[in-house]
Design a protein around this ligand. Structure first.
Ligand SMILES: [Zn+2]
Length: 211
């Protein structure tokens, strides 16, 4: 059996178990999704949003990319954000990074990862430049990388607040709250590191006045 065939086999077993526990399960989920959360996480296979939060299908709307970045020219992310905020009316956006992130680690090196990854990781280098002073004081490399993971999450939450999608929603409603979390690969625990409640004042440079 090929490795991917096992996935299809496991899927059949999973579907049968769900249906035997709750015969209406799929019909109900197929009718609509009303998730309360948008999860912007790292693509790392060790950080599955539903599993580590004990949530079920239908509860979290998910976008994942390398190093959980919020890039304001990323049409993919912006479409997910717009759909989640404007149409699904989600209440919380969670940016969840993780300690030991390969993308973050790669950005701290001076290696050439070839054009596309270099482009992507540049955004993490920008976070390093913004927080150069604080990071420069941390001598231990692992601790410095861990702090960079936290600061990266913080900056991605700030990036969310800079979008018209979030600002327009904040102007009309008291949602969504923005959360920055970091997951520990070594202990499985999520640590909240940053938060912006709906309506939190932002740097005027990024504020749109005529929304
Ligand atoms: Zn990662």
């Amino acid at each position: 059996m090929y490795s991917y065939e096992k996935l299809l086999l496991e899927n059949k077993a999973w579907a049968a178990e769900k249906k035997s526990d709750d015969p209406e399960y799929f019909e109900r989920l197929a009718r609509l999704q009303t998730p309360e959360f948008l999860w912007i996480g790292c693509s790392d296979s060790r950080v599955p949003a539903n599993e580590i939060t004990g949530t079920q299908p239908g509860e979290i709307f998910v976008h994942r990319n390398v190093a959980n970045l919020v890039v304001n020219t990323d049409v993919n992310l912006l479409a997910v954000l717009d759909f989640a905020v404007t149409h699904l009316k989600i209440k919380h956006v969670i940016v969840c990074g993780h300690y030991g992130c390969g993308g973050i680690k790669a950005a701290t090196t001076r290696s050439d990862y070839k054009p596309v990854l270099n482009m992507w990781l540049r955004h993490v280098k920008d976070v390093m430049r913004l927080h150069r002073e604080e990071l420069g004081k941390i001598e231990n490399e692992e601790q410095r990388d861990d702090r960079l993971v936290e600061l990266n999450v913080q900056e991605q939450v700030n990036n969310l607040a800079k979008t018209t999608i979030i600002q327009r929603c904040w102007k009309k409603e008291t949602r969504p709250d923005l959360h920055g979390w970091v997951y520990g690969l070594k202990d499985g625990i999520i640590k909240p590191v940053y938060e912006m409640k709906a309506g939190t004042p932002i740097d005027p440079l990024y504020k749109f006045e005529d929304l």
